[in-house]
Design a protein around this ligand. Structure first.
Ligand SMILES: Nc1ncnc2c1ncn2[C@@H]1O[C@H](COP(=O)(O)OP(=O)(O)O)[C@@H](O)[C@H]1O
Ligand SMILES: N[C@@H](CCOP(=O)(O)O)C(=O)O
Length: 322
């Protein structure tokens, strides 16, 4: 249950007094998610999601809130943080920072088909382009520096072969970051966690309509290729093995490239960046599995899934970029 901080109707009414979003009609805790406390909030004017931030600091939060605002105002389907009467998009409730954002239509699709991957690819490329003139910069906080710090912390929980692979991959990524090839990769604000559970679809399974991208709280400035690799490693695979399914990879990557054609530098770096994307989630899952936060009540995701994907990508399981 992802309600770490319970909110009462009285709390919600007091919060709504700072907004011009109408009167409270209903408040319902959202059971999924692992990072924040989320509630569906219905008012006389519409439907919203109230998020209380449990991990991110007040200094870090404006980047995410301003990025979602910028993207929503550029026509990208993402939650639009609402402003208080005095113009703030971050408020406070029960001692925690919070925001009220628009509710997007649809639900997540955990068994995607090519039509879903196509819409994710095209919308991801539109999102990258829309982020080009976003003025704030905050790095992906779970990027290279975090991998370097975290590898010695999680490696002791692995068998010797897996620990050696982890250390080698961090070394490979450290060396790659120093290359001109890496520096040539286009970059900007990136979602960095665009898994199947962070995209909503309305419509039908046969004719899906993308409702939006949610959960921007791992976003940061990174290469756009890293964002695409995170997506490909989750959307375009056979779950049991982690191997690419060509029809899904073709749909995601082809649709992305039709909106933003990929560069030669990106094609040359694809394999290394797919490995980086697998390493990132292997490490965060290892940390959450072996070193859970004190209040963490949810079953952690299986780290071996991304260990398997990393091994496959290192062994050359790829789908070439168009
Ligand atoms: N703006 C939104 N519109 C519709 N549903 C949302 C929205 N934000 C969150 N949700 C719902 O809340 C769930 C948990 O949100 P999420 O941001 O993934 O949580 P966490 O950051 O804790 O992982 C999502 O799976 C989705 O069902
Ligand atoms: N996508 C990550 C976990 C992050 O959880 P989310 O619910 O905030 O998207 C993973 O699969 O390890």
């Amino acid at each position: 249950m992802a309600v770490f901080t319970p909110i009462t109707e009285t709390d919600a009414r007091a919060l709504l007094a700072d907004y011009t979003l109408g009167e409270l009609r209903a408040l319902r805790g959202i059971p999924s998610g692992i990072e924040n406390t989320n509630y569906f909030l219905t008012t006389s004017q519409g439907e919203y999601v109230l998020t209380l931030f449990e991990r991110l600091t007040r200094e870090q939060l404006p980047f995410y809130i301003d990025l979602m605002t910028h993207l929503a105002e550029h026509g990208i389907p993402v939650p639009h943080p609402q402003a208080t009467r005095d113009g703030r998009r971050l408020a406070e409730l029960n001692g925690k920072p919070c925001t009220i954002a628009t509710l997007l239509p649809g639900k997540c699709e955990m068994s995607p088909q090519a039509a879903h991957c196509e819409q994710v690819g095209a919308t991801l490329a539109r999102m990258h382009l829309a982020g080009r003139d976003f003025p704030s910069v905050q790095p992906n906080l779970l990027g290279l520096a975090w991998w370097q710090q975290t590898a010695p912390v999680v490696a002791p929980y692995l068998d010797p072969a897996a620990a050696a692979m982890l250390r080698d991959e961090v070394d490979v990524q450290t060396a790659f970051a120093q290359t001109d090839a890496c520096r040539a990769l286009p970059q900007g604000p990136a979602h960095c966690d665009l898994f199947r559970d962070n995209v909503l679809f309305a419509g039908t399974r046969e004719a899906p309509v993308l409702g939006g991208f949610i959960d921007f709280y791992f976003a940061g400035c990174d290469t756009w290729l890293f964002d695409l690799a995170v997506c490909a490693n989750d959307w375009c695979i056979t779950h049991a093995s982690g191997a690419f399914r060509p029809e899904l990879a073709q749909a995601l990557l082809g649709a992305y490239a039709r909106v933003r054609p990929l560069t030669d530098a990106e094609r040359a770096s694809w394999r290394t960046v797919l490995r980086a994307a697998a390493l990132r989630f292997w490490m965060s899952r290892l940390r959450d599995f072996h070193l859970p936060r004190p209040a963490q009540t949810l079953t952690p995701h299986d780290p071996t899934h991304f260990e398997r994907i990393l091994r496959l990508r290192r062994d050359g399981d790829l789908f070439p970029l168009p």
